[in-house]
Design a protein around this ligand. Structure first.
Ligand code: AMP
Ligand code: MG
Length: 404
């Protein structure tokens, strides 16, 4: 074993440095159907108003409000997509269906439930309000209004709005292409029976899910042995088609920890140790042509916590998200939280609603090898290094992973 020469960096400084060194990716123009989950790289501004015409909100009769209380002659019908060509003059009405154009002359729609009939005539209520029961032109969106801004993720409603405004293609940020590699001579493929001293490569599957959930397109490089040349070949081959490299294992100071020297030979290592628990050996490097590399620790919880603290915000920056961090919510701690003397600790908790607040309970042993501390967790609670920790009953902001 040799001592690490990398300075221990404060976790916030490290997180800020990662973001500073991670470039946003370029954008591409995609058909609407390919845009779900992407982030807009353009403002979508209305160049037409919505609705484009006065559109009935109900089934009923288009009338003049000055004809309130009268029996009116029905001239025809305005259905959705089949407007009535005539004019609603005094003493007349047009039958209208939801989405039908309000005919000229009419200034309101009476719901079919509110009329009675006298022979061929329709009798409308004694009180009619001009403008009622139809959506006027531009009521939903005015010309020039900003519909969806740059940096917003395109979900169902945003995509529907873009379509309604006539945008069949959108300029969206690229997804990061990430090469994912597990390192370690002890690793075997899931499904294989581990021999003596071997373990299943579980980080690959955890990180694959985390990367995809964060918007990345992942190329799996499999398992690299603790052998510098083989590791190097795998990484160098993969970098041609990747914006980022994510590895797990091989970053602590044992003799088999080969990731840091490899990244040093390929670029600049900015971070080699962080005052963070779990995740002290987290490593970050910049490589040629704007590529970034994240050397995550091998312990399963350490790799996922460092993913949350460093990688996920960086992937969001690459994709143009305006919001890089997970949301936080105030929670009441149900346990005494203590951190180690010199490292900020991210503890895993479950949340339960109790009397209008969220109460956070520990997931038990916070060992960095114990994935059970993270499986089913709802939030991460940040406990400052040293000091008294955080007392049970305190209210603190927790980083939300999933709400119960
Ligand atoms: P390392 O950072 O390579 O020293 O690994 C630290 C610990 O994490 C060791 O106990 C490894 O066996 C374990 N580990 C490393 N890589 C993986 C992986 N891909 N899946 C599960 N455990 C791993
Ligand atoms: Mg290892």
């Amino acid at each position: 074993m040799r001592a690490s020469t990398y300075p221990l960096v404060d976790v916030d400084e490290a997180a800020a440095l990662v973001l500073e060194q991670t470039p946003a990716l370029g954008s591409e123009r995609l058909a609407l159907g390919e845009c779900g989950g992407r982030v807009l790289a353009q403002d979508v501004t209305a160049d037409a108003q919505l609705p484009a015409f006065p559109s009935s909100a109900v089934d009923g009769y288009a009338v003049r409000s000055s004809d309130a209380g009268k029996a009116l002659r029905v001239l025809g019908e305005s259905a959705a997509g089949r407007p009535f060509a005539g004019i609603v003059e005094e003493g007349t009405a047009a039958r209208i269906l939801t989405g039908g154009v309000l005919p000229d002359g009419a200034d309101c729609v009476v719901m079919v439930e509110d009329v009675t009939f006298a022979g061929d005539l329709v009798v409308v209520p004694g009180q009619l309000r001009p403008g009622s029961n139809f959506h006027g032109p531009g009521a939903d969106m005015r010309v020039g209004e900003l519909a969806v801004p740059t940096g917003m993720q395109l979900g169902a409603a945003e995509l529907g709005l873009c379509a309604a405004l006539g945008f069949s293609r959108l300029q969206v940020y690229r997804r990061p292409r990430v090469a994912l590699l597990s390192t370690g001579d002890e690793l075997v493929e899931v499904g294989e029976k581990p021999g003596p001293g071997q373990i299943v490569d579980s980080n690959r599957w955890a990180l694959l899910a985390a990367l995809r959930e964060a918007g990345a397109e992942v190329t799996g490089l499999g398992i690299a042995p603790d052998q510098p040349d083989a590791l190097r070949r795998l990484v160098v081959d993969a970098l041609g088609n990747a914006d980022a490299l994510v590895t797990s294992g091989g970053v602590s100071v044992g003799t088999h920890d080969l990731v840091k020297p490899l990244l040093e030979s390929l670029g600049t290592v900015h971070i080699g140790r962080v005052k963070l628990k779990p995740g002290k050996p987290f490593t970050f490097a910049t490589l040629r042509e704007g590529r970034v590399a994240f050397g995550l620790p091998g312990f399963p919880v350490s790799s996922l916590v460092t993913f949350e603290v460093f990688v996920r915000p960086a992937l969001r920056k690459m994709q143009g998200f305006a919001q890089l961090q997970r949301p936080t919510l105030p929670v009441r701690l149900a346990y005494d939280a203590r951190a180690s003397a010199d490292r900020t600790e991210y503890q895993r908790v479950t949340l339960k609603r109790q009397g209008g607040e969220l109460v956070a309970s520990t997931t038990g042993s916070q060992s960095s090898s114990r994935l059970m501390s993270l499986a089913g967790a709802h939030a991460l609670v940040r406990v400052p290094a040293g000091g008294a920790g955080i007392k049970a009953g305190s209210i603190i902001e927790a980083m939300i992973l999933n709400l119960p």
